[in-house]
Design a binder for this molecule. Sequence first.
Ligand code: MN
Length: 132
Amino acid sequence: VITVIRAKRPTSSVPGGETFTGSVWKEGILPRADGVSMGSVHFAPGARTHWHTHEGGQILIVVAGEGLVGDADGVVRIAAGDVAWTPGGVRHWHGATQERHMLHTAISLAGVTWHEALADEGYLAAVASGDV
Ligand code: MN
């Protein structure tokens, strides 16, 4: 059976909640089924996720703006049109840059485990070190 996801959905944007820092809004696209979930996440400038891991990995498709994705190996700048793959079990975070918002589509495989917030100090260091 094929599932078609219409662009016009009766979905409300909801605040990112306690696993994010800054102003974040989310919209569900595909509720978790068969271990896969999909949603849009909008980060205001400076906003980012807490550290977290996805059991099966995650694909991020950047739709608008510019952001950062970081793990223990460093930080990479991502912009509209870029696609980032984070393998399962890798501790990471993602969010906007300081100057620009970022809207990404996130396709997440299996469960997610949330860890601590990325403190301002770590975020600012990441912004400074992110490859351009
Ligand atoms: Mn993630």
